[in-house]
Design a binder for this molecule. Structure first.
Ligand code: GLP
Length: 239
């Protein structure tokens, strides 16, 4: 694991530079993307680079990590809506090459098919991750088996509470999500994980210094051959 510690803005800039290089070298690459407040600044930087003509998403294919069960893409809290409004609608990407797991009418079998689609596309070249305060990645909550592929997950109360800030009330927060599994994530060639703020400090400590144990799903990233972690001082405060 490579650890880079700086302000959130500088981390976003450095990570954006990694994307600029990758897309320059491999314009047809496959990106694994994430939602949440953590990647917002990175997406701002990517949009700025694209507008400045320094990077193009024209031939890029994307697969997002997760989606809430029951929300379709027109729901403002769906992850499809988030991606459209924070990135896809603002850059030169071909929307037909963007994929977010389907959260409506989804079964485990349909969910697992997402892994086949990713394989058929050549596998993920660079997967972006945030981390939940309990160490979850995607929506792989503590206890998720390491060999999980894309599947339907019941969300823990802690995660629903953490994400309720985006909804009018806790009752509106979906109880389930569909998420790439840990195996899906670990199969990507390269990973960038970003974490900012004090409420991520415990999870960051467990991920970097803890035992590799599925009580902290992100701890498995210690075994990934090419994983870079961008953190600010607050997220690093327990290291
Ligand atoms: C959600 C998402 C994760 C994300 C996490 C942290 O649960 N499924 O992919 O990493 O929240 O979110 P935030 O970046 O808003 O702190």
């Amino acid at each position: 694991m490579k650890i880079i510690r700086d302000t959130q803005r500088n981390c976003a800039r450095m990570a954006a530079e990694e994307y600029r290089k990758l897309l320059g070298e491999n314009p047809h690459c496959v990106l694994g993307l994430a939602t949440g407040s953590t990647p917002e600044m990175l997406y701002e930087e990517l949009v700025a680079l694209c507008k400045a003509g320094k990077l193009s998403f024209k031939d890029v294919t994307t697969y997002n990590l997760d989606e809430y069960v029951g929300l379709d893409g027109s729901h403002p809290q769906s992850y499809r809506y988030f991606m459209d409004s924070h990135l896809f609608n603002l850059v030169d990407i071909d929307k037909t090459r963007t994929h977010v797991p389907c959260g409506v009418g989804v079964t485990d079998e349909m969910a697992a098919h997402y892994d086949d689609e990713i394989k058929q596309a050549g596998g993920v070249d660079l997967q972006l991750l945030g981390i939940g305060p309990n160490g979850h990645i995607g929506f792989n909550e503590p206890g998720t088996p390491w060999d999980a592929v894309t599947h339907i997950v019941p969300l823990t109360d802690a995660t629903r509470q953490a994400n309720k800030r985006f909804f009018n009330s806790i009752d509106e927060v979906p109880e389930k999500a569909v998420s790439m599994g840990i195996k899906t994530v670990m199969q990507s060639r390269r990973i960038i994980l970003m974490a900012f703020g004090k409420n991520k400090a415990q999870a960051v400590k467990g991920m970097i210094e803890g035992r590799i144990d599925n009580s902290v799903p992100a701890s498995i990233l210690q075994l990934h051959p090419d994983c870079t972690v961008y953190i600010d001082d607050d997220a690093a405060s327990m290291l």
